[in-house]
Design a protein around this ligand. Structure first.
Ligand SMILES: O=C(O)CCC(=O)C(=O)O
Ligand SMILES: [Fe+2]
Length: 343
């Protein structure tokens, strides 16, 4: 089946105005928090406006990202992502990473080869906290792009400020003390990911010979994403397995989604939804006789709890009709159990 075979052309994600949570009455805060949780229970994906990351910082993040990905390959290769699935830092070149939902427990050479027959045509750069002792950052030499390290290491923390507000709203909306979720996230275990999907003939995506990013769920507690105006991100329709809905770029909005760890934490009340990146939905983004799609950039921020903090199913998500489905687990144990067969 071609990756676009069952696409609906509508944009139908809920939109949350975070200003109604940050600068607002108690009543409005609670109402917004409940709206957010309601969206996360159904689609697991929402747009958030007035999210607090300043526009000038986002513009600069996209500009610096474009500058990095436009460098000659040998310059980008001066900060290579290490092999294997356990470290996520530095530059991954097109074809290096293969996203999938397969786990390392099914990891065998034949299965990896099969997945790799269809390459992911994307490149990325992963950045973490400078104080994460387990995954040190990998930076290009300063002369390659002097602004890269100072900007990205600061932008990482700008994103975390917004993430904390969203975590507070989620906690309040799901019936917990407001700081319950924030308390388990020191911020040092998050991941900032700059992505570039190069221009590519539409036909190879239509035929499924290559993919931009195949359908997957995120490993995080939650994810925030900014995309340029190309489009191509899609989420699975909550009412229709296998059908995907376009997440059209919305000016000024981030896209937030629930990850697998939060789904487990919430006793499956909040949904970690399948999503993928495929052809841009509008034909004006595909040009010329060879039907080349526009390149696409996105910036993703994955949130993770501190690795040794115990994740126990949220008390407000358990009752006699919904007993706790999961044993308490640390993020570390969960991550090794769910390690993805990506490389
Ligand atoms: O680039 C995008 O829009 C999606 C990225 C994504 O889903 C991921 O990195 O997990
Ligand atoms: Fe994702």
């Amino acid at each position: 089946m071609s990756p676009n075979a069952s696409t609906t052309p509508t944009t139908s994600l809920p939109l949350i105005d975070l200003a109604n949570f940050t600068n607002s009455s108690r009543e409005s805060r609670l109402k917004t928090a409940k709206q957010l949780v309601s969206a996360c229970r159904t689609t697991g994906f929402v747009y958030i406006v007035n999210h607090g990351v300043p526009k000038h910082e986002l513009d600069r993040a996209f500009a610096i990202s474009s500058k990095f990905f436009a460098l000659p390959q040998e310059e980008k290769m001066k900060a290579p992502h290490p092999p294997g699935w356990s470290i996520h830092r530095g530059y991954s070149w097109p074809g290096f990473e293969k996203v999938s939902n397969a786990t390392s427990s099914t990891d065998d050479e034949a299965a990896v080869q099969k997945l790799r027959e269809v390459q992911d045509v994307k490149e990325s750069y992963e950045v973490g906290s400078e104080l994460n002792p387990e995954m040190p950052n990998i930076w290009p030499p300063e002369e390659v792009l002097p602004e890269w390290r100072p900007f990205m290491s600061k932008f990482y923390w700008t994103c975390f400020e917004t993430a904390k507000t969203v975590l507070r709203a989620l906690a309040l909306g799901i019936g917990l003390e407001e700081d319950t979720l924030v308390k388990l996230h020191s911020g040092h275990y998050n991941q900032l990911r700059l992505l570039n999907y190069p221009a590519i003939p539409a036909q190879v995506l239509e035929e499924g010979t290559c993919e931009r990013m195949p359908a997957h769920t995120d490993w995080s507690t939650m994810t925030m994403l900014w995309q340029d105006d190309c489009g191509g991100l899609q989420v699975e329709d909550p009412n229709h397995v296998g059908r995907f809905i376009d997440v059209e770029p919305v000016e000024g909005a981030l896209v937030m989604n629930i990850g697998d760890l939060m789904m487990r934490w919430s006793n499956d009340v909040l949904r970690s939804t399948m999503h993928r990146v495929t052809l841009p939905p509008l034909q004006d983004r595909i040009k010329g006789e060879r039907r080349i799609t526009r390149p696409r950039k996105s910036i993703v921020y994955f949130l993770a709890t501190d690795p040794d903090r115990l994740i126990e199913v949220m008390s407000s998500c358990v009752d006699e009709n919904r007993p706790a489905k999961y044993e308490p687990i640390t993020q570390r144990d969960y991550a090794s159990m769910r390690a993805r067969m990506q490389y």
